[in-house]
Ligand binder design. Structure first.
Ligand code: URA
Length: 276
């Protein structure tokens, strides 16, 4: 007897259900509360306002009935609305609330949390990564997983801490399903927000971590060719120094390239000390 036979004739086929989850980027089977997926559904009248998780079609699960406004918002409208909302935000708190209200990016529908920032917004250095991963999405803070721990050790090596010295954010503040790289369109839609976040945080130095962030903010085509080179970044109110470095997730796979990241970190330390 198969699992679906055991669960009744209307139950979704477990294989199709898992495939659908994988397609939607669900990579974890954890939930806040235990759920018995094989229990009989409560009669309709006893369900209160709860939305059915699935409509039963024989053997074929369908996504939960939840309006996904973002999917219906044309990208141009989304970019325009992002620009307006970002421009109107006068503080970082207002910007965070504006992002929480923003419905123009489809990633919001699959992410658990908005991952806005961590660290000290008054710090002299602002670091911008790519997008949250699974750990960041669960906790709601950037760079808290394995690559974040490596980033903290790299910062400590040049006498910096995220608590006191560095403000950290991402180019895209919602986790792309399955940790894929954000698309050009998703990045373009979220760009006004991260640009405004940099303007409002007003750091002395911007560090772009990895290729997507250095592409989006500094216009670099290749991270290997451009990392470690100082350029100017116009925040909208002033010009600051900016540099790109390798992403810690890449360094976890390519330990030999840590020596390149170390050079970039030393350049950052020297710039903070007014020595280059
Ligand atoms: N990688 C990123 O680029 N950002 C995070 O927040 C975590 C991993």
């Amino acid at each position: 007897m198969s699992l679906s036979d055991a669960a009744g004739p209307d139950a979704p086929d477990p294989y199709e259900l898992l495939s659908w989850y994988a397609e939607m980027g669900v990579t974890e089977a954890l939930d806040e509360t235990p759920r018995n997926h094989f229990a009989d559904p409560a009669p309709i009248g006893e369900r209160g306002n709860e939305q059915p998780r699935f409509r039963s079609l024989p053997g074929r699960p369908v996504p939960p009935a939840r309006p996904i406004a973002a999917a219906a918002t044309p990208p141009d409208d989304a970019t325009l609305s992002a620009r307006t909302l970002a421009r109107e935000a006068r503080t970082l708190d207002e910007l965070k609330s504006a992002l929480a209200r923003f419905e123009g990016c489809a990633l919001k529908a699959t992410a658990k949390n908005l991952v806005f920032a961590d660290g000290n917004a008054q710090g002299r250095v602002m670091m911008v990564g790519e997008a949250p991963g699974a750990d960041e999405d669960r906790i709601g803070l950037p760079f808290v997983g394995r690559s974040g721990q490596l980033l903290d050790r790299m910062l400590a090596a040049i006498g910096l801490s995220r608590k006191d010295d560095v403000y950290i954010a991402n180019t895209v503040p919602w986790r792309p399903p399955g940790n894929r790289t954000p698309t050009i369109q998703e990045t373009a839609i979220c760009l006004p927000f991260i640009q405004r976040q940099i303007e409002l945080a007003d750091p002395d130095i911007l560090v772009c971590i990895g290729k997507p962030s250095s592409q989006a903010l500094l216009g670099f085509k290749s991270i290997t060719a451009s990392r470690g080179k100082w350029v100017e970044y116009d925040t909208g109110t002033r010009r600051i120094r900016a540099i790109a470095t390798l992403h810690p997730a890449y360094l976890l796979r390519r330990a030999l390239d840590k020596r390149l990241a170390w050079r970039d970190l030393r350049a950052l330390r020297a710039a903070l000390d007014g020595k280059n």
